[in-house]
Design a protein. Structure first.
Length: 457
């Protein structure tokens, strides 16, 4: 396949010949690596490279989309996208205006593809061996992935943008069992290409192995309403999953009930609550210069001083809702259309200390880390990774992981203390509309929530 710059130049020529309202194209090349362990064995080793692109056409309000991975299929892809847009279009096109951008962005500082498979395997072998040396486990899981890709974007308005990104993701889980009881403990982290960020985890790996075994003997919490304190990891996941997705404008625009619930200016919390999505923070996995529509990333306050003040947009949703584009149209690869996605989403820090939060709690629960969860409209259910009783203002005994459930809007109103210790979680990735995993990060300080429903005995 020709170099992506040659494809982009050819696209630029043929785009100019089309009589439609709007055309954009993305051309991408990249390499990736995956290693996976199950138990003591290395189960998966994969290296791959990809190159291709797509064309998206808007005409009379209808979109056409076609992807290609062969240069000789370029004109065919364009014709198919144009035909699709003409067939779908029955009204008028609506895109928020943006200034054309011409930019070639600096390359990332780190490229994990420059390391050998041997280097990566040796590190992960060491972590796997350490887990099994540390504690009697039933099994364990390690999933590692990295990648580096360069993308060119151009459109019929005159934008031409070249940018590259590097990414690393690592998940390690230890699983212990006794009789019919199975418990697990894990860590998940990521980085923007710096392999050193996944080195030196020996203490963390030993801790999760021992924690998985300790959880077998831990008691279950009694179900009911508690004052809970969430650590930055699960508080960040709550922010992303339970509230962040509700702030994506395509979801709001297409759902009448959510348009009523997510009315700008509505009070969702106390004056100390600020929730932000910011794609400009250096060094985070959700950071980028321009989104996949060529719109610059920015900082967007979703909740400011307790009131709903913003949401995340593509150019189309911004125009339809009469708001400003926010640079949040993203796609995981050239095979997919950009849709409204988060970047780095977090609760801004307050001024409470961890001890401040514990004071006054006669019987509560401290929840750390997370395993998974589901959301349905404004209702959520999350499983914490580990939990501890809080008794008379002090953290007490280890509990089996608890499940938190409730209504996100009620829960936001019940946040009555926000810590000063903001931390960003970069593990995992976001899924939406069949596109997963998209690199994002989320975060929070410790937060305290009154009247939180905990599942248990």
């Amino acid at each position: 396949m020709p170099h992506i710059n040659d494809i982009a130049l050819e696209l630029k020529k043929i785009i100019a010949t089309q009589n439609v309202d709007y055309i954009e194209a993305r051309v991408e090349s990249g390499r990736s690596c995956r290693l996976g362990y199950r138990g003591r064995e290395l189960e998966t080793v994969a290296e791959s490279s990809s190159a291709g692109g797509n064309i998206r056409v808007l005409h009379r309000g209808g979109w056409g989309f076609a992807s290609f991975n062969r240069f000789d299929g370029l004109k065919t892809a364009l014709s198919r996208a144009v035909e699709g847009a003409r067939l779908a279009g029955t009204g008028s096109s609506c895109l928020a205006g943006t200034e054309p951008v011409t930019a070639v962005l600096p390359k990332p500082q780190h490229n994990p593809q420059l390391l050998t498979l041997k280097e990566k395997k040796e590190l992960l072998d060491g972590y796997n061996d350490l887990m099994w040396q540390q504690a009697p486990l039933n099994t364990s899981f390690i999933g590692y992935s990295d990648g580096y890709k360069t993308t060119l974007f151009l459109n019929s308005e005159g934008s031409f943008i070249e940018q590259s990104r590097a990414d690393i993701n690592l998940r390690i889980n230890a699983v212990a069992g006794e009789d019919s009881t199975v418990e697990q403990s894990g860590i998940s982290l990521g980085a923007t290409g710096d392999f050193n960020q996944v080195r030196g985890l020996e203490n963390d790996v030993a801790e999760i192995a021992n924690k998985a075994v300790a959880l077998l003997k831990a008691p279950r919490a009694k179900g009911g309403e508690y004052t809970v304190v969430l650590d930055p990891v699960i508080a960040g996941v709550f922010t992303h999953e339970a509230f962040g997705h509700l702030s994506e404008a395509d979801f709001v625009y297409e759902n009448e009930r959510m348009r009523e619930l997510m009315t700008l200016g509505k009070v969702f919390g106390t004056s100390q609550l600020n929730i932000v999505d910011d794609g400009t923070i250096p060094g985070l996995r959700g950071t980028y210069h321009y989104d996949d529509e060529g719109v610059g990333a920015r900082k967007t306050y979703l909740i400011r001083e307790g009131k709903l003040t913003g949401r995340l947009h593509s150019r189309e949703t911004a125009a339809k809702m009469g708001e400003e584009p926010t640079g949040n149209a993203r796609a995981i690869s050239y095979r997919h259309e950009p849709i409204v996605r988060m970047s780095n989403t977090y609760i801004e820090p307050g001024d409470a200390t961890f001890q401040d939060m514990l004071e006054g709690i006669t019987e509560g629960i401290y929840v750390k880390n997370w395993y998974g969860g589901t959301t349905s409209m404004e209702m959520f259910t999350f499983s914490g990774g580990e939990a501890y009783m809080i008794r008379n203002g002090k953290v007490g005994e280890l509990l089996k992981p608890v499940v938190l459930t409730g209504n996100v809007f009620t829960t936001l109103m019940n946040i009555d203390a926000i810590g000063s210790d903001l931390e960003m979680n970069q593990g995992g990735g976001c899924g939406k509309g069949g596109q997963s995993p998209l690199p994002v990060s989320n975060g929070s300080p410790h937060i305290r929530i009154r009247k939180c429903l905990i599942g248990g005995q």
